[in-house]
Design a protein around this ligand. Sequence first.
Ligand code: AP5
Length: 195
Amino acid sequence: MRMIMLGGPGSGKGTQGEKLAQALGVPHLSTGEALRNAVRDGTELGRKAKPSMDAGTLVPDEILVAVVRNWLAQPGSAAGFILDGYPRRLTQAQALDTLLRETGTPALDFAVDLEVAGEELVQRLLLRAREQGRADDRVEVIRNRIRVYEAETRPLLDYYTAQGKLLAVPGSGTIDEVFQRILARLATARGQAAT
Ligand code: AP5
């Protein structure tokens, strides 16, 4: 199973991506987490990514494509994977399709889109800011992340709809309710794909 997680900042991509990876027995890559680790470790990648992350804008494509290419080259992802936070704009989606084709990897199966209203996103991230203090969970940066999502990432919904791969799932409710919705949606889509 090869899947990507789409949705606004705070929609639950990381939370649900991890649960799905465990349930399906495949590895999970959060590009945001990979970049935050690089910033924390003071690597060259982290230094290049930090200004965009602090501003809530997208890190340049070539950095992300390299991160994803290196990760997919590891043997663990051969049988499947969950990508969360990538792709985030059309050029990244096209680069992923090319990368999979060039490495002889089967194409993506599904793109899960978690739908959560803007104000709920802000509230979730402000709560996390109080609990964890993530650097980009400041209200003006959160609003910018939402604007960037609407302008650059939302067009991917059309891209994956056109390929018949989009699974839109309401992302409000408890974490477990959302997870059960995703599993149900996935089961239906897999059943349809098999007939
Ligand atoms: P990234 O880490 O991907 O940030 P994001 O998209 O803003 O998403 P979040 O991690 O904030 O939220 P999420 O949707 O994963 O939700 P989560 O499960 O954490 O990226 C950070 C930055 O890195 C970007 O701004 C960009 O600069 C850069 N970047 C990353 N990928 C890139 C790319 N491909 N190209 C260019 N730049 C890139 O949940 C959020 C909170 O809500 C948590 O506290 C959680 O506990 C809570 N929560 C989850 N589900 C629920 C629920 N059902 N009910 C209540 N609370 C919930």
